[in-house]
Write a protein that binds this ligand. Structure first.
Ligand code: F3S
Ligand code: F3S
Length: 112
């Protein structure tokens, strides 16, 4: 599965969101997040990112920072985000939920 990593933080360019055929890239405050359950692994997003923030999860093995973003990408959908009453889950499309304007605790506090 594809994951958005550290380089997206405070860039949040969103070029990737325009090309995703299943609209599974959700826009947070400092970065965006791919929903692994909805992603069909087409890879269209990866070359679109101007800061090359998107990677394949299996390439994160042995890289603690990348692994942290793999896990954080799951947490974004499974945990209750600040200001919300329930987990986001798998909404089935980012456009219909709009910009979420919120991040996981990990990303909110992330310093490069
Ligand atoms: Fe982030 Fe790159 Fe997409 S900066 S929002 S992963 S185009
Ligand atoms: Fe979409 Fe990228 Fe997955 S374009 S389907 S998030 S590989």
């Amino acid at each position: 599965s594809f994951v958005i990593g550290a380089d997206c933080v405070d860039v949040n360019d969103r070029a990737c969101t325009d090309v995703c055929p299943v609209d599974c890239i959700y826009v947070g405050d400092r970065k965006s997040y791919i929903n692994a359950a909805e992603c069909i692994d087409c890879g269209a997003c990866e070359p679109e990112c101007p800061v090359e923030a998107i990677f394949v999860d299996r390439t994160a093995r042995g890289d603690d920072e990348k692994m942290a973003f793999v896990e954080d990408s799951r947490a974004f959908f499974s945990e209750i985000l600040p200001g919300r009453s329930e987990p986001l889950g798998n909404p089935g499309g980012a456009r219909k939920v709009g910009d979420l304007g919120v991040d996981t605790e990990f990303v909110a506090q992330y310093e490069a």
